[in-house]
Design a protein around this ligand. Structure first.
Ligand code: PMP
Length: 348
């Protein structure tokens, strides 16, 4: 009898399930599926890029045994890198910001990574988490800086894994692919693979209010005035990452913290899918484009990570009230006073 085992936990990366949604998409005419990336061993899609980029560096001779891997990460990529480093025996140093949840930081440390908390400053500032990771790498012999925002290994990982999986799981029937955009690796690699199979597949990017990406896609302008604080982790950017292949993305939909949190919480209660904050963003984006869909469409939403990473955030009532609901009420009041914006009736 053939043993059905993994040689290491790394063999369990990928081949995540594609799960049909029911209750939360009652008002959507199309068939809707979720690619549940929180079922990777590191509980996010980022396991895929960590493994792919590290093995690419090994093959190219950029990483030698006993070497050190540096990265700037909001947490999930860090977890993947820490996991791969633990298995392969590399040192792992991760630069992040205070916005990253405490549970995520503790998980990185549990896997043996060293975590460097950097101030939340402009990306170009020498103290930013990007510049800190790069500087530490240049100061450390036998080290690499993975650079998930600009190294094309990020998008390639999804071109070779996530894209083919979704194409096979839907047996080529997918018509719309909706994914949150941070570094852009997930949407660019997966979207490019899907369009290579069928150029008619629509690829829809989800961006946060407070991020520069959607406006850049529409106008080609990097508009600093778009930048404002928000709570959803992993989604949106204040730089234009090299891994956002704008020509693969048909259009963007912007979402806010409030709608993302409500949608993520509905997924847990109504579908039994305990997924992260940005998964709520992807679901809300679907609601926003409901009018474009018909009963013949097959939509795939990419759910990037697992809900257990947000127990002290969107699944904590006090945090939610202080950081999302209160702000939403204040925004609604200001905007209504200005007579510019009245809360829309939810479309679910
Ligand atoms: N959601 C979460 C929770 C993430 O960690 C990330 C990665 N930063 C994304 C969405 C966006 O994925 P990508 O970086 O591939 O665009």
């Amino acid at each position: 009898m053939e043993l059905r085992t993994c040689n290491s936990i790394l063999d369990a990366i990928g081949n995540t399930p594609l799960v049909r949604l029911h209750e939360v998409v009652k008002s959507i005419p199309a068939k809707v599926y979720a690619k549940v990336e929180g079922m990777n061993p590191g509980l996010s899609s980022k396991d895929r890029i960590a493994l792919y980029m590290i093995e690419k560096a090994e093959k190219e001779g950029r990483l030698q045994p006993g070497g050190t891997i540096f990265e700037a990460t909001s947490g999930n990529t860090g977890y993947g890198i820490a996991m791969v480093s633990a298995v392969k025996g590399y040192n792992c140093v991760l630069c992040t910001t205070k916005k990253t949840s405490q549970e995520k930081i503790q998980a990185l440390e549990a896997l043996g990574a060293q975590v460097v908390i950097c101030p939340s400053v402009h990306a170009a500032d020498p103290r930013s988490y990007y510049n800190t990771a790069e500087r530490l790498h240049t100061e450390t012999p036998n080290s690499i800086y993975l650079n998930q925002n600009f190294d094309c290994g990020n998008a390639e990982a999804h071109y070779h894994t996530t894209g083919p999986e979704i194409w096979q799981q839907t047996q080529g029937t997918i018509t719309h692919y909706i994914a949150c955009v941070g570094t852009g690796g997930t949407i660019s690699g997966t979207g490019k693979y899907l369009k290579d199979q069928n150029p008619n597949v629509q690829v829809i990017g989800v961006d946060a209010y407070g991020s520069v990406l959607a406006k850049y896609h529409e106008t080609g302008e990097f508009d600093e005035s778009e930048i404002s604080p928000y709570q959803v982790e992993g989604l949106g950017k204040t730089i234009i990452p090299g891994n956002v292949y704008f020509d693969v993305i048909d259009h963007f939909i912007k979402v806010n913290d409030y709608n993302s949190a409500i949608a993520a919480r509905r997924l847990a209660k109504e579908e039994g899918l305990f997924v992260g904050f940005s998964s709520g963003s992807a679901l809300h984006a679907l609601y926003e484009m409901k009018e474009e869909l018909t009963e013949n469409d097959v939509v795939v939403l990419l759910f990037s990570d697992h809900g257990s990473k947000y127990l002290n955030k969107i699944f904590n009532e006090a945090w939610l009230e202080e950081n999302v609901f209160k702000k939403d009420r204040e925004d609604a009041k200001v905007q209504t006073l200005n007579n510019q914006w009245v809360r829309k009736t939810p479309s679910w």
